[in-house]
Design a protein around this ligand. Structure first.
Ligand code: PLP
Length: 323
């Protein structure tokens, strides 16, 4: 077997590197959720992370390992979501230039937020232009280093610090539920969990409409799908990565899916019972536990809430739908 992209030592080193730049997010409990499921649920709340999602961990870990020459030139990435803002904020804190390639029709508020962190935004037409090609061209022309949203060992190691913190705080778990898009968070958390709590069953959760991860795990090879239509916009990826898939294949026990209505009802639960704003993608793992599809009776279950960035109008529509 070829060597995996990361091991636990990489995650421990990442944690030391990023500790001062990130929040150690709280682990919250809900008696209502425990009663409803018959389990003991530990919610690791990355919706309270800096810039609103775990992406800050991987981005800061990657950028803080740039050589002086890389740092002088800067970083480039393509994303319209949380990774863009994480790269922009990390670059600003580390004193380097960031160039973010975003679709022309990205929400104005996201473009503004990214510029607000001091990044240069390069817009492209998502129907006629290839963002990877634009990113690579910018990297080449301007000597920028490309940091992709999930398929990079430094990004994966940073994301793994989420599960490291969770298990260090609450002890060994029976089950760990983690959402996935490209699998950066899941692969990192799986490595941390296998090391710190070897008996834990690790389960990935993705949207029903975009179950490429589940298909890939079952097929034993990366399966690519069309961009899925789901309210979980952070998990609209088409395929797992060359680095993330082998780790997931090695350590993840299963991947399950949840429907958009189940995500909306988890958002309602978090808002009404726990007074938290969680974005649709951030609800994936919790929705799997709350929907009753898993056998979690009497188990200690870790649940990663991955982020809380959602437009307020959209949030209102989802938590209190008009009849
Ligand atoms: C990026 C993101 C995900 C998916 O993470 P991957 O590492 O691509 O699997 C899940 N939730 C939120 C909030 C995200 O920003």
């Amino acid at each position: 077997m070829s060597k995996l992209a990361i091991d636990f030592a990489d995650i421990a080193a990442a944690h030391t590197r990023i500790a001062a730049a990130i929040h150690r997010t709280p682990v919250l409990h809900s008696r209502t959720a425990d009663q409803q499921t018959g389990a003991q649920l530990f919610f690791k709340c990355e919706n309270f992370q800096r810039m609103g999602a775990f992406k800050m961990r991987g981005a800061f870990n990657a950028l803080s390992q740039f050589t002086p020459a890389q740092k002088a030139a800067g970083v480039v990435t393509f994303s319209s979501g949380n990774h863009a803002q994480a790269i922009a904020l990390s670059a600003q804190e580390l004193g380097m230039q960031a160039v973010i390639v975003m679709p022309e029709d990205a929400p104005a508020i996201k473009v503004a937020a990214t510029r607000g962190y001091g990044a240069e935004v390069v817009l492209y037409d998502r129907y006629t232009q290839d963002r990877d090609a634009i990113g690579r061209q910018l990297a080449e022309e301007r000597g920028l280093t490309l940091i992709p949203p999930y398929d990079h060992p430094h990004v994966m190691a940073g994301q793994g610090t989420v599960a490291k913190e969770l298990i260090e705080e609450v002890g060994e778990l029976d089950l760990l539920l983690v959402c996935l898009g490209g699998g950066g968070l899941l692969s990192g958390c799986a490595v941390a969990s296998r090391h710190l709590s070897p008996g834990t069953r690790i389960i990935g959760v993705e949207p029903e409409a975009g179950n490429d991860g589940q298909q890939s795990l079952r097929a034993g090879q990366i399966i690519r799908i069309d961009t899925p239509q789901t309210i979980a916009d952070g998990a609209q990826t088409q395929a797992l990565g060359q680095h993330t898939f082998p780790v997931i294949r090695e350590y993840v026990d299963d991947i399950v899916t949840v429907s958009d209505p189940a995500l909306a009802s988890a958002m309602q639960f978090f808002a009404s019972r726990m007074k938290m704003v969680v974005e649709p993608t951030g609800c994936l793992a919790a929705a799997a536990a709350l929907s009753g599809q898993l056998d979690i009776q009497d188990k200690r279950v870790g649940i990663v809430i991955s982020g809380g960035n959602v437009d307020m109008r959209r949030f209102a529509e989802l938590v209190a739908p008009l009849a």
